[in-house]
Every structure is written in structure tokens, then in C-alpha cells.
Ligand binder design. Structure first.
Ligand SMILES: [Zn+2]
Ligand SMILES: [Zn+2]
Length: 356
């Protein structure tokens, strides 16, 4: 019997975890927790773990890997598959990791007699991937977190070979929006250039978005750019895996560890580092905060008084991207995840785009 159970991540933003059972054996697609203070885990039970033969991990964000330690505690000892780069980004050590390298992309990789997969880049974070999985006679597509138009990171899809997927899991994280990332970058460049006498503060995440924005601006402004040391490791990874990057979009060398900014500098600070954000706000009262995603409510008063401007940059598919993904992946059943705006019953009319 073929059975799918959503353990988290559909109809909500976080704890992505999808359980698929076939002929008494099972696989898991991602194993994340909610990004709340309780770190709410997915609804995994011992019954699930007993049948589990492999776990496929799309990338290193906690809403995709945060419950792997729980899975181990529950006794899972099978392989945990992920890209080599993803394994380097994990914050907690995990046993039984099985990694794959850039040169294997697009080829079938065998896990055991009834399980094999292909992978490709998904454009969301360096090393983030999609999977095409053959599980007995069933074929499954899992987009992972997907960005179609990252400035630097490649995003591909499986080679079109007539495959009809039995089920496709498609990221719909920004389905309520319509955004062209390249246009956002152009507008941001203009805005920065129109304010030569202000510093800029970018609360930044550990994601492809941050490297896209830094690189794009660095190539177009002579102003100083200061990047948090904790974000700098991300830049180093781009040098290590050029296969993941669109050709001719060279990344910059972030070698300078200390950065002495001034009143015109562009500061990239980890969004969780409220102390540093506040310090910079005090230092540069006319600095403009740039919000590139959903702004967090927990900002303290000093920071929230500061002038700010939104340049929303996608880290997930928007409405058009979600439709075009679901059109490209021919599937009997499509499950949209990573959004409170989609749920298990969501269907998207495949003709919608053609009709206007
Ligand atoms: Zn992510
Ligand atoms: Zn995610």
C-alpha cells in the first residue's frame, strides 16, 4: 500500500516533514521543527520510525533538519541523505549522514534495491537541493525550498523524460506574492545610490538571499560593506562549490575579517543579533534599515524608531513560480507546502497561466 502522511509543514510555515510509506517500508522528506520558541517538532511516532529506511534532507535550515536529533533519539539508524554542503552547515552533529557531491547531480544514485534518487540545485541556499525519488514502482518529486530566480544560485528541474510523478511536493512559501527578484535588486541599487549620506543596515539571514544582495550591491557601489563574521562562512562556501553558481556571476571575496564602517557603510548583520542591530542603530541614527523579508515583531524600540524600507526578496516560489513549477512537474497528486495559504486540498488550475 502507498501512503502519504504530512507530519508538518503543510498549511503552516515550518517543521517540514513528509512521510511516505510503500509496501511496508517508509522514507521521510525533511525533518524540521517550527521556528518558534518551543521549536515544535513534527508529529513523528515510533510507528513511523520503525518502518523508516531513508531520510532525504533538502537543506540545512532548522525547519528542515531541526528534528533530526529527535529522530535519532527515537531509534532511527538508517541513512540521512543530503548534499555535502548541507552536511557542512548543520549546527548539530547527526550520525549516519550519507552525502553526495556536485558531480553526481542528475544521475541515479542507488540507496538500496527499491530506492534510488536524482538531485539538482534548488537555488534557495548554497547546497540546497530538490529530489526525484524512485521508491519501488512509485516516483516522487520534492522541490525542497526553491528559488527560481536567485541572482547567484542555480536552480534546475529534473530532465523532462515523460515521467508522471505519483506525488509532487512543491514549495509554495511565497504564494501570496508576485515578485521579480532581479527587479528588486535593481530598485535596491537605485535606492542605495539615491541616499549617499546614509548608512544602511540589512538584518540578514543565513540564506542565498543575503549573498545575492551583498554581491549585487558590491558590484555596483564603491561604498564599504561590512558583513558579520558569522555570515562570512556562507560566502566562503560559494568559492568551494562553483557548480552551484550561475556562470559569469562571480562572487566577491570576503576576506576582510574586521570592518571599520562609517556613516555611509552597508552593514549586513544577522537578523537574530538584536544587540548588534541596536548598537549600529545608536551609532548611526540616520541609518536606514532594509527589510528584505517578513519583518520580525520582536525588534526593540530603539531599532523600530529607525527609518526603514522594504525590498522583499523571494526565498520561496511566489504565485507565478508555484504555478510554473506545478506545470513543469507532471504529477497525479501535488502537495503544496511551506505556507499557511495552501493546504492539503489546494489544487492550482494548470491552465491558469495561459488564460491570463
Ligand atoms: Zn530554507
Ligand atoms: Zn524552509
Amino acid at each position: 500500500m502507498f501512503k502519504i502522511e504530512i507530519l508538518g509543514g503543510v498549511g503552516e510555515y515550518g517543521r517540514n516533514c513528509f512521510y511516505i510509506e510503500n509496501q511496508g517500508k517508509a522514507i521521510l522528506l525533511d525533518c524540521g521543527v517550527m521556528k518558534n520558541s518551543q521549536k515544535t517538532p513534527p508529529a513523528i511516532t515510533l510507528n513511523h520510525v520503525e518502518k523508516l529506511k531513508a531520510v532525504f534532507i533538502s537543506h540545512s535550515h532548522i525547519d528542515h533538519v531541526g528534528a533530526l536529533p529527535l529522530l535519532e533519539e527515537m531509534g532511527y539508524k538508517g541513512p540521512v541523505l543530503m548534499s555535502h554542503k548541507t552536511s557542512q552547515q548543520l549546527q548539530h552533529p547527526i550520525s549516519h549522514i550519507r552525502t553526495f557531491h556536485p558531480d553526481s547531480r542528475g544521475t541515479w544514485i542507488k540507496v538500496n534495491d527499491y530506492l534510488a534518487f536524482q538531485w539538482g540545485y534548488s537555488g534557495h541556499l548554497i547546497g540546497s537541493v530538490w529530489y526525484k525519488i524512485r521508491f519501488f514502482e512509485k516516483v516522487i518529486f520534492f522541490s525542497g525550498d526553491y528559488v527560481r530566480d536567485s541572482y547567484l544560485l542555480k536552480a534546475s528541474l529534473p530532465v523532462e523524460d515523460g515521467t508522471i510523478y505519483d506525488v509532487a511536493f512543491i514549495d509554495s512559501g511565497h504564494i501570496e506574492k508576485n515578485i521579480d527578484n532581479h527587479e528588486v535588486l535593481r530598485k535596491l541599487e537605485t535606492y542605495v545610490n539615491e541616499h549617499p549620506n546614509n548608512a544602511f543596515i540589512f538584518p540578514s539571514s543565513f540564506s542565498g538571499k543575503t549573498v545575492d544582495i551583498v554581491t549585487y550591491l558590491a558590484q555596483r557601489t564603491s561604498r564599504a560593506i561590512c558583513i558579520d563574521t558569522k555570515l562570512q562562512s556562507l560566502f566562503k562556501q560559494y568559492e568551494e562549490e562553483p557548480e552551484n553558481i550561475w556562470p559569469h556571476r562571480m562572487t566577491l571575496q570576503v576576506g576582510h575579517k574586521e570592518c571599520t564602517g562609517d556613516g555611509h557603510t552597508l552593514y549586513f548583520v544577522r537578523e537574530q543579533d538584536e544587540a548588534r542591530l541596536e548598537e549600529l542603530a545608536k551609532e548611526h541614527p540616520t541609518a536606514i534599515f532594509i527589510e528584505t523579508g517578513y519583518s520580525r515583531p520582536s525588534f526593540n524600540q530603539h531599532v523600530s524608531m529607525q527609518p526603514s524600507q522594504e525590498f522583499f526578496y523571494k526565498t520561496h516560489p511566489d504565485y507565478q513560480d508555484t504555478i510554473s513549477l506545478s506545470q513543469s512537474i507532471h504529477a497525479r497528486q501535488t502537495i503544496y507546502f511551506h505556507s499557511p495559504h495552501t493546504h492539503l486540498e489546494t489544487t492550482i488550475q494548470k491552465e491558469e497561466v495561459n488564460n491570463g
